[in-house]
Design a binder for this molecule. Structure first.
Ligand code: SF4
Length: 372
């Protein structure tokens, strides 16, 4: 399908409570004075814009900036990313979470090299066919990199539209979703899509914030249905949180001669390619010290286990309760398979996954003086 042409007018849904054409000029004027200066705003390179959009999913701007810069230092071009060792990509992503994003990023780079001769596709349809690129991310790339009208509906924009149109239903319901996309299309500026996309994102990030929207400073306050109804703090409606299952594990610091045991996880699947300490699920009613001794024995090692502490770590689909046990060993088998003996400082340089990085910090803090 041909990309939308400049100047293509977007039709308003029938139930728009004000003329959508009034929104973009207000927003663009505000953006001219208050838009954020961000590293990815100094480029029209679709590779860099795509990278920033993927990194910003589920992650704050402040957290993303150093990752974005390090990633581009290592992989300045799409071709460099496509050809990189996957372990290096994961290493540079470690700490940002949602690691499937990093794997999809490299897979998409490889597909663009393979099927588009390294030139980023320019339409929403082509972009959404690539791994990890949804409709909103595709819209952001088309609008920001190619300056063509394309609606976006990321978390910030969704919140602005829910309030602007006072959507009282669950904004993730199918009906609300359809309506929100309709409004996103209707409001998108046909003549300055590059600026409009960034302006509405910025409004959500800096003015129409989740708990304390700064309505008096908002350029859209005159139109905002939630404000007129006094509902700006009640919307979007918060969905009842699902109670997540709890997974109980023990992570073991197996120590020998100042080194500890760790390995990379398999490249595919949950936390794929990241590093981990020896870890085991706790069996029903099993105590962490018993599980740690069992784990050490499976590794061909034996030592006196000591409980160091415990921590909780939240994943999107479960909560991890992790007991931390130290097992100093002498002798035993050398590291086999993917296991490595590493000094703690070396281990900190690996892409150790988040929960085990926290665990290592606790282990190091609790180490007897002279062994830290
Ligand atoms: S007036 Fe308030 S609630 Fe409405 S869009 Fe602006 S900041 Fe958000």
């Amino acid at each position: 399908m041909a990309p939308p042409r400049r100047g293509t007018a977007c039709r308003a849904p029938a139930d728009t409570p004000f003329d959508p054409a009034v929104v973009a000029p207000r927003l663009l004027a505000w953006y001219g004075a208050h838009g954020r200066d961000l590293p990815w705003r100094h480029t029209r390179d679709p590779y860099r814009i795509w990278l920033s959009e993927i990194m910003l999913q589920q992650t704050t701007v402040a957290a993303v900036i150093p990752y974005y810069q390090r990633f581009l230092d290592a992989f300045p071009t799409l071709v460099a990313l496509a050809a990189a060792p996957p372990a290096r990509v994961i290493e540079l992503w470690a700490g940002l979470g949602y690691y499937s994003r990093a794997r999809n990023l490299q897979r998409t780079a490889q597909l663009v090299v393979e099927h588009y001769a390294g030139r980023f596709p320019e339409t929403v349809e082509e972009l959404t066919a690539l791994p990890g690129i949804g409709r909103s991310t595709a819209g952001a790339i088309v609008a920001i990199a190619f300056d063509r009208p394309a609606p976006i509906l990321d978390g910030n924009v969704r919140r602005v539209l829910v309030r602007l149109f006072a959507v009282a239903d669950d904004p993730r319901s199918t009906a609300a979703e359809r309506q929100l996309w309709g409004w996103a299309v209707a409001l998108t500026a046909p003549d300055r899509p590059h600026d409009y996309a960034q302006a509405i994102m910025d409004l959500g990030a800096t003015v129409c914030t989740p708990s304390t929207p700064a309505c008096p400073a908002c350029p859209l306050a005159d139109f905002c249905q939630a404000r007129q109804l006094g509902l700006e703090r009640q919307l979007p409606r918060v969905r009842a949180r699902k109670v997540l299952p709890v997974r109980r594990q023990v992570a073991v610091l197996v120590e020998r001669d100042g080194a500890c045991l760790a390995r990379p996880r398999p490249p595919q699947g949950f936390l794929g390619g990241l590093w981990e300490l020896p870890v085991a699920d706790l069996r029903q009613d099993e105590q962490p010290l018993t599980a740690a001794a069992r784990l050490a024995a499976e590794l061909g090692l034996a030592g006196q286990p000591t409980l160091v502490g415990q921590l909780k770590h939240a994943y999107s689909h479960f909560t991890l309760e992790l007991a931390l046990v130290r097992v100093p060993v002498a002798g035993g088998r050398a590291a086999e398979g993917l296991w490595h003996w590493l000094a703690p400082i070396q281990l900190l340089e690996t892409p150790l996954h988040g929960a085990h990085r926290k665990a290592l910090a606790q282990f190091l803090a609790s180490a007897p003086a002279g062994r830290r």
